[in-house]
Design a protein around this ligand. Structure first.
Ligand code: ZN
Length: 543
């Protein structure tokens, strides 16, 4: 029998606690946790090896008391090795004669029935730090990651544990609380190393190796979540509901009220005596270990921005759905999003833009700034050339829209688009019809109008979705271009948010002043184009 090179960082004063925890049915790694061992290498060695070392360690207490001579130590090691794997239960009975408190509650099973080393599942971690924490699991996790073919440099491992682990941890804590405090090992329950931590310390290196040396770190844009469940012991939490009813309020979205958060909260509130009345201490022996419920990969969002032109008068900006029925077959955001989603292999997107145009309005000039959040992108980086190609793909896929300045931006930069949006200016061209015939000189005065303030009541056409209000907006300047006795082009430079259509036809007097009043005849708007949206974001990309 050979022992690993790592010497367990335990001291003499740990011995009674190690003994008590092993007797209670804790796995070796849980023993290390409760001894507050922060030496990660100690968790990384095989659990069975650590167990043997621990057994040898406590035997040395028994056999040789204070003696620390190497000879004595070796003897005790031998004794432990030959005896430990064969018959742990009898060892428990022998080593923990004072542990009668547990036996009445716990039932005879774990005490009397011989416990096979292979099937002995830890009473606290329910096997998570035993066979669920090793190279077999690392291979499983790595396979799941590879199957989704993400592109990443680093990853962070996250672990979701069944809520009852907290109950078991609490029970075990109460079991050794007195001793650990007396020995000054652990001052508080929070000092005990968390199962999550121990799991990560053990698994990170193994997963990294399986993924070809990728760094498994504590902070990364790419997260691999491992979820464990243990149905057989789900009911462990149930007594808390009657002991601490205000901690367990039903919520719509959760399957069970026994969320980890609620359980932790209840355990903080419940007095020790009450807990001990309802729950065995130490916890009972489970017959099976946790199951690996799910491995989920998630990459943080990537943000893409650009400007778009819309050349079509029958294309909404976002999918147009009324009463669950689609009115138009496509939309600006869908035409842009489809190629972007496939380039970044993202699961979904959120689209936003600097203002929006009506379905029948074109957006010309340099276009309208837009930004997209790409959800769970499997590919998160694109070179300049790749972005250029992606832009080309969008532009050749439809003649209804065109994008420029397509680029990856940060989440923070996105807010620049919405910043001070109201103060920005927008330029329009409108095709105007007049009821009375006009001549060139009849509309010439329009060119001289500057900084015209409008009072605009919420337009009738949007009143169903916006609150009734009067808003002041400024038309900075206008120019008129005569076409024929009933038509002219009106150019406008306005404050963002001005309702142009309403300014032209007056909206039954809801916009004042309006073009009808200025021209002293009925006017209507036949076509409208956005010529420019003066938001200096995103930065232009030279062709
Ligand atoms: Zn354990």
């Amino acid at each position: 029998m050979t022992f690993p090179d790592i010497m367990l960082p335990l001291k003499d004063k740990d011995k009674p606690i190690v003994q008590k925890l092993l007797s209670a049915g804790c796995c070796a790694r849980c023993v290390l946790r409760f001894c507050c061992t922060r030496v990660q290498a100690a968790y990384r060695q095989p659990e069975q090896d650590t167990l043997k070392e621990l057994q040898a360690f406590i035997c040395s207490t028994e056999d040789s008391a204070a003696s620390e001579s190497t000879q004595e130590k070796d003897k005790s090691h031998d004794a432990a090795v030959s005896e430990a794997p064969e018959d742990p239960p009898s060892k428990r009975a022998k080593l923990d004669p004072s542990g009668t408190d547990a036996q009445s509650e716990e039932g005879a099973a774990s005490v009397d029935k011989p416990r096979d080393k292979e099937t002995h599942v830890c009473v606290v971690c329910l096997g998570i730090l035993q066979e669920l924490c090793g190279s077999t699991q690392a291979v499983k996790i790595a396979e799941a990651v590879k199957a989704e073919s993400y592109e990443f440099d680093t990853l962070v491992l996250s672990v979701s544990l069944p809520a009852q682990l907290c109950v078991r941890e609490h029970s075990c804590w109460l079991h050794v609380k007195k001793e650990v405090r007396e020995k000054g090992l652990v001052l508080d329950k929070d000092d005990v190393i968390q199962v999550k931590e121990a799991f990560k310390w053990t698994m990170q290196g193994l997963v990294a190796k399986e993924l070809g040396g990728v760094a498994v770190v504590t902070k990364s844009a790419f997260e691999v979540g491992v979820e464990f469940t243990h149905e057989a012991t789900d009911s462990d939490c149930h007594f808390l509901a009657s002991a601490c009813p205000d901690c367990f309020k039903p919520t719509k979205n959760k399957e069970s009220v026994f969320t980890r958060m609620a359980v932790v909260k209840a355990l903080e509130k419940i007095p020790d005596a009450r807990f001990l009345k309802h729950y065995p201490c130490p916890p009972t022996q489970p017959s099976s270990c946790c199951s690996l419920q799910d491995i989920q990969c998630l990459h943080v969002s990537v943000f893409v921005a650009g400007r778009y032109n819309k050349f079509c008068r029958s294309l909404p900006q976002t999918p147009w759905v009324i009463d669950g029925e689609r009115r138009m077959e496509s939309s600006v955001e869908e035409l842009i999003a489809a190629p972007v989603l496939s380039a970044f292999r993202a699961d979904g997107f959120n689209f936003s833009s600097s203002g929006r145009e009506d379905v029948d309005v074109r957006t010309l000039g340099n276009g309208r700034p837009f930004a997209m959040e790409l959800l769970n992108p499997h590919k998160s980086r694109q070179s300049r050339v790749e972005m250029k190609q992606l832009q080309e793909t969008i532009n050749t896929s439809s003649d209804k829209i065109r994008v420029r300045d397509l680029q990856i931006v940060s989440r923070e930069a996105m807010s620049r688009m919405k910043e001070g949006e109201e103060e920005k200016t927008k330029s329009y061209t409108a095709l105007i019809w007049t009821q009375k015939p006009i001549q060139r000189e009849d509309i010439a005065f329009i060119d001289d109008i500057k900084e015209l303030t409008l009072d605009q009541k919420t337009p009738l056409r949007v009143l169903h979705r916006r609150a009734l209000a009067v808003r002041q907006r400024v038309i900075h300047s206008m120019n008129a271009r005569f076409l024929d006795p009933h038509h002219f082009y009106l150019g406008l430079k306005t404050q963002a948010g001005t309702y142009i259509k309403e300014f032209v036809h007056g909206d039954f007097g809801r916009t004042k002043p309006n073009l009808c009043q200025l021209l002293k005849t009925d006017t209507d708007i036949l076509e409208l184009d956005v010529e420019s949206v003066d938001v200096d974001w995103p930065p232009a990309i030279p062709e």
